[in-house]
Structure formats: C-alpha cells, structure tokens
Ligand binder design. Structure first.
Ligand SMILES: [Zn+2]
Length: 462
C-alpha cells in the first residue's frame, strides 16, 4: 500500500500525541470506572462507558456478546488485517480503598480495583482510539478491534468469548496488565480448572438418631483427605486448592448438603485434565465411604498462555520509543508511604521507572489468566506497565490506591501508547504478522484444545 517506514513512524508519533492530548478524558474514564468498582459479570456501567466512548469515536459496537451482558466488541475500519486489543474492567471484593497511602476503605468490605482493571480497560480503549486516529490520518487500512472482556477475576470472560468464536479472524491480539514494573511480557501461565462439588447426605438428629443420618460433610472431608494424599504424586508445577463453601448449618443436624470448591492448576492443560479426572474419582470414592452422593460442575477451564517472542520484541521496541512513565517527586513520595505498609517490599525505588528487557526464555507465571485461551488460536502480544508501588501484593488495597490516581494513569498512558504503536506496526507490516504466526505455530504445536466445560453450559451469570 506504499507505506514507508517513515510513514509508519509518523503515524506512531500521531498515536502517542493523541494519547497525550486525551489526558483529561483518560483520567476521567479511569476514575469513573475505578469508583464504579463493579464485580465480575456485573460490570454494566464500566462496559457501557467504554463501549459508548468507542462508539462516539467511530467504532461499530456489538454489546452483550458470548452470552454475557458486559462483554462487547468494538471495531473500526475495513478489510484485512484485523488487529485486536483486549480490555478488562472488573473489580475485586473487599478491596474498596480511597486513593490514599494508608488503608481507608470507601465502603467497608466493598469492591475495589485491587488488580488495576479500571486503568486496564481505560488504557486498552485509548490504545484502540489512538491507533484508529493515527491510521485514519495516515490512510492505513485494515481493522482495529477492542475486545471488552468481563470477569477476568473469575477466569471466565475470554474462555466463553473464545468458545463462541468472538476472537475468530484476528491476525494478532494485544493486551497488557497493570504491574509494579514496565516491560514487554514473554510469559506463560498455569492452566486452571474451577470445579464445584456438592455432596448429598441425609439429615438427622446428630445425637438422638445419628445412625439414620449420612453426613454430606463427611463426604467433603474424606474427599479433601484423599486429595491431600494425591498431592505427593503430582508434578511439582501443579497446584490444587479448595474452600468448603457449605459445611452444614449447626452441629446437632447431620449435614444433608455440603459443598467444596476446587481450583486445579498446572503448567500444561493436559496435566490439569489428568488431575481433574483423578480428583473427581476421589470425590466418588469419598461419597462411597460416607454413603452419600456427589455431583460436580466445571465453572471454567482456562489454558496456559503461549508466549510470542516476535510480538514481545515488537512491543519492547515500541516501549523504548514511548519511554517510561516518568513519575514525579510527589508520586514517588506517595509510593514510598505505600511501600512502608508492605512488610516484605523489595529494595530499590518505590516506583520502578525504567523499561525492563525482554527475558531470553519465557517466564513461567504461577497464576492463571483467560488470555491463555486466546493465545491458543492467535498470536498474543502482551506488556505490563508500572501503575503501582514497587512490591505491591497482587489483589491488595495498595493497588486500588495507586490505580485511582496519577501513578496508575501515567503507567496506563505508557501501555496505551505502546499498544497503539504495536497495532500500527502490525497493520502495516505483513512480514511482522508472518513472523508472529511462525513463532506462534512453533510454540503452539499440534496439541488439541480441550475444553472441559460442557458444550451446552453458558457463562456462570450471577
Ligand atoms: Zn488482573
């Protein structure tokens, strides 16, 4: 299409200038979503805010995709290629917090953006707007698509969007996550299945006629003992954790119902499949021992993330072009006060303000993300940007605090600019897309994508 390297670099400058020119709208969007602080699958106002903003700026918006009212897709442009950017916007329970350096909930026990998803959604949206603005001015063709992904905290949104074909046709999908550091991600994550077990017994007076009762709680306890013996014989990278969500009501009634909720994780989905099958066999055995009955359901099933070296390098180049967040003394002082509340905070600056190099080998993250499922079908490029005090624990009030003020927004602006620039590279370079796909195919291999969620089961809407 006659785009020269110079033209693309000029378009990137345009995208960067656009994000700077929108600083007020960026701040307003972040702080509004931050104060909505809506739970997973109930992000009604947050999703509408972002979708409306995109629609006002020339994107065609489809709302309520994949059976989730708060999932949406916004597309600008026409033809090929199609470059996607993912946004998340759900909050977390118990992490309500003012934008202050000491713990001060706005609503006691309320929801808060303790994973930074208010700025995540905001920055991804402004990345799409900036890329569109620059592409339009430079006459760059193709499509830019913002994927509004709900319920990341339940590892639900993208799994069901992927299953419904929402990501089909994307040449590359880009994303980012708030962090205490800035750099292109070259990472893999753990695959994870969420499975809930319900044991059914028989109620009876626990002292007068215990022989007529069968305790569902016994079933749960025997199951947990069995699983805890299983641990010795699984691979070191596997993780199994559970909570008893219903253990009966009071001791003098033999519990007729008891529930236990498990997460089963490992570096490879095929191992998770094996371990889930093993755990369900243990549940059946526990039901047999306690003369109860057990049933289970799988809420979600997410896959390990497949890293992409080509996209990590492309993002790294753009991060260097954009530069680090550039925190000021006031922000550093705020972060220093935050850091004093973190017992095991690392040495070094209170705010990391440099761009970390891409590691030689993929880093194995010990958590899970539903981005994994997207990465099994198209190359995914990802970055992290410093939006919080160095060493902030994941899912913490410290993150809520920094996300709701200028620290979060400065890091978010870096993410928006770097994603927009990478999208422009991908729109204009067939060679970059080919290389990203070659890297994807090599790491992806021929392994079958197996989803343990029953085909007729929809997302777990509240
Ligand atoms: Zn998160």
């Amino acid at each position: 299409m006659g785009m020269t390297v110079l033209d693309v670099e000029a378009a990137k400058s345009e995208a960067i200038a656009y994000v700077d020119s929108q600083a007020d709208a960026f701040r307003e969007t972040n702080r509004t979503i931050w104060s909505f602080a809506e739970p997973s699958l109930l992000e009604t106002r947050s999703a509408a805010l972002l979708a409306d903003l995109l629609e006002r700026n020339g994107f065609a918006v489809e709302r309520g995709v994949a059976g989730m009212p708060t999932a949406f897709v916004a597309t600008w442009g026409a033809g090929e290629p199609l470059i996607g950017i993912m946004a998340e916007y759900d909050a977390l329970p118990g992490l309500s917090q003012e934008a202050a350096a000491e713990q001060r909930p706005i609503v006691s026990g309320g929801y808060g953006h303790g994973c930074g998803h208010s700025v995540f959604g905001t920055a991804s949206t402004f990345a799409a707007l900036a890329a569109k603005e620059a592409a339009e001015k430079a006459g760059i063709s193709g499509r830019i698509r913002l994927y509004g992904c709900p319920a990341e905290e339940l590892l639900v949104g993208k799994v069901f969007m992927q299953r419904d074909g929402i990501f089909d046709g994307a040449d590359v999908v880009l994303g980012w996550h708030p962090s205490d550091r800035t750099g292109a991600d070259f990472i893999s994550s753990k695959a994870m299945v969420s499975v809930r077990f319900t044991f059914h017994g028989v109620a009876s007076h626990a002292s007068a006629v215990p022989h007529r009762g069968r305790s569902a709680l016994d079933g749960v306890e025997l199951m947990n003992v069995g699983v805890n013996y299983m641990r010795e014989h699984i691979k070191e990278d596997a993780r199994i954790h559970y909570v008893i969500t219903n253990g009966g009501v009071q001791p003098n009634v033999v519990p007729p119902t008891a529930k236990v909720w498990y997460y089963v994780r490992a570096d490879k989905h095929r191992d998770v499949e094996e371990y889930v099958a093993w755990v369900t066999r243990i549940a059946e055995a526990a039901a047999m021992m306690s003369q109860t009955r057990v049933e289970w359901s799988i809420d979600t099933d997410c896959h390990e993330q497949i890293p992409n070296r080509v996209l990590a390098d492309a993002i790294d180049r753009n991060l260097k072009l954009v530069g680090s967040p550039g925190f000021d003394d006031e922000e550093r002082a705020f972060a220093e006060r935050i850091r004093q509340t973190i017992p095991d905070a690392p040495e070094g600056p209170a705010l990391n303000d440099e761009i970390e190099p891409v590691p030689a080998e993929p880093r194995l993250v010990k958590g899970s993300t539903d981005i994994g499922d997207v990465s099994w079908f198209a190359p995914v490029g990802h970055l992290r940007a410093a939006t919080q005090a160095n060493g902030s624990p994941g899912h913490s009030w410290q993150i809520t605090a920094c996300t709701g003020m200028s620290i979060g927004e400065k890091g978010g602006a870096v993410a928006a600019k770097a994603l927009a620039c990478t999208a422009l590279d991908l729109l204009t370079s067939g060679e970059l897309r080919r290389q990203a796909w070659a890297d994807f195919r090599e790491r992806r291999g021929a392994e079958e994508y197996t989803l343990l969620i029953p085909k007729d089961q929809g997302p777990p809407l509240p």
